[in-house]
Write a protein that binds this ligand. Structure first.
Ligand code: ATP
Ligand code: MG
Length: 424
């Protein structure tokens, strides 16, 4: 990516209408654009972060044997009436509209019910199970308040996965594997140490649902964390009986603010019974399909990461999801520009993502933008490079640069790329 060819610009002043750090930094660095409150567009740099997060999530879901599909945004009222969730009293975030002929339709805030009906056309016998599917989809929710930047949008990107099982035992097995996959996702995006499996309300079959909560001052939830066990309890279910049940001690828990980046539910057979989704078992009997569902807020995750990794100069992206690994700056004239272009080509040939700042602006501006955009490694080509063959390389999170020759620089960066890829 050459900056001279992109349209987005960094902004010096803090947007007056944004209180959330994530929105301030992401707008200032040219990653997102605010269409209106709670509604954001993703610009080229921001979209790269989203795609990097999606790819990590996609790899981990594929490891579980799940298959990707894409459901619709326009939804059928009748499907939602089967479970009673068409009701605005029960679901207070619906966006609804009407077709020209007066037929009411809803806009997808969730996809459990439509997917149950879709899958019921394919699940007939025990041979069709277990099966799991997932998607990345824009969800539309008429949220009452949208003041946390991309952490709470009226339009946001979610990964939702659904597993269909033949028994509670089969469901539980998948549920545990999915939990592990979720831990891997949060580890890989850089939030592992700050993200806790959290007992929460909302399992319609079991007593609890499990949330993945990332500790952050800007979070809307309160959780009680046992750091030693790396577990937490959401305030909404926190009481003496629950603590006893989970073998947690009050005096070992820390009360912290957190943001829910993921949520997994065990519905047991309740949804299938509501919606009449059955399969024929080995002995020819009709049995309800067991459902579990697994969400990750992709855009919220990006917001939480932005909240977590920054300093007074700007963002500090973890390598695995950064819009690029290297920010390349040339200072000087033609010779320096030639060396930069050569390095740019060498790095990109090794699959190292590079932002080449080839704009006709002062070096100071380039340095400031490299920091604001938060690219993990900054490489400078200047007159000393021309005479000594040494390139200046600096980590975004350190003050001191190193001076290395071309080969070791390319090796160092491509080693990082292979390390990040191997984790899958
Ligand atoms: P919350 O309690 O934060 O309102 P939820 O329980 O309604 O979220 P789910 O329906 O379980 O959320 O959605 C799965 C995931 O989608 C959540 O864990 C969260 O990461 C993300 N998410 C939910 N609502 C929003 C939103 N308005 N903006 C951005 N991400 C969201
Ligand atoms: Mg939730």
């Amino acid at each position: 990516m050459r900056l001279s060819q992109t349209f987005s610009r960094t902004i010096k002043t803090i947007p007056a209408d944004e209180q959330a750090i994530n929105a301030q930094l992401l707008i200032r660095s040219g990653m997102i654009y605010k269409e209106m409150a709670g509604v954001y567009a993703y610009l080229p740099l921001g979209l790269r972060v989203i795609e990097n997060i999606k790819n990590i999530v996609r790899q981990e879901m594929e490891c579980l044997g799940s298959s990707e599909l894409l459901m619709t945004t326009i939804q059928n009222k009748e499907v939602w009436e089967l479970s009673g969730r068409w009701d605005d009293q029960l679901v207070d975030v619906w966006f609804k509209s009407q077709l020209k002929n007066g037929t009411e339709v809803g806009f997808g805030w969730s996809h459990e019910e439509p997917l149950m009906i879709l899958m019921s056309k394919y699940i007939k016998s025990y041979r069709d199970l277990p099966i799991s599917v997932y998607q990345f989809q824009t969800k539309l929710r008429n949220e009452f308040r949208a003041k946390s930047g991309i952490m709470r949008g009226r339009e946001f990107l979610m990964k939702d996965m659904y597993a269909f099982s033949r028994s509670q035992q089969e469901l539980d097995m998948f549920y545990d594997q999915a939990k592990q996959a979720y831990h891997k996702v949060f580890e890989r995006v850089g939030l592992g140490p700050y993200t806790y499996l959290t007992y929460a309300s909302g399992g319609s079959f079991t007593q609890f649902s499990h949330e993945f909560q990332t500790v952050t001052k800007s979070g809307e939830d309160i959780i009680y964390v046992d750091k030693k066990k790396h577990l937490a309890v959401n305030e909404e279910v926190y009481n003496d009986q629950v603590l006893r049940q989970l073998d947690l001690k009050k005096n070992e828990l820390e009360k912290l603010k957190a943001s829910e980046v993921g949520n997994i539910f065990n519905f047991g057979k309740t949804k299938a019974e509501q919606m009449d989704v059955y399969f024929t078992d080995k002995s020819g009997h009709r049995q309800p399909v067991y459902l579990s569902s697994y969400g990750i807020g992709i855009s919220r995750l990006m917001g939480v990461i932005a909240e977590h990794f920054n300093d007074s100069k700007g963002l500090i992206w973890p390598e695995a999801i950064a819009p690029a690994l290297v920010y390349l700056i040339a200072i000087g004239n033609q010779k320096e520009a030639e060396l930069s272009l050569e390095l740019y080509n060498l790095l990109t040939a090794q699959k190292v993502a590079v932002i080449y700042d080839d704009r006709d602006v002062r070096p100071g501006e380039k340095f400031a933008d490299a920091d604001l955009i938060g690219i993990p490694w900054r490489v400078v080509v200047n007159s000393k490079t021309v005479t000594s063959g040494k390139y200046e390389i600096k980590s975004r999170s350190l003050d001191k640069p190193d001076y290395v020759d071309k080969e070791s620089l390319v090796n160092q960066m491509s080693r990082i790329v292979s390390r990040l890829a191997i984790k899958s």
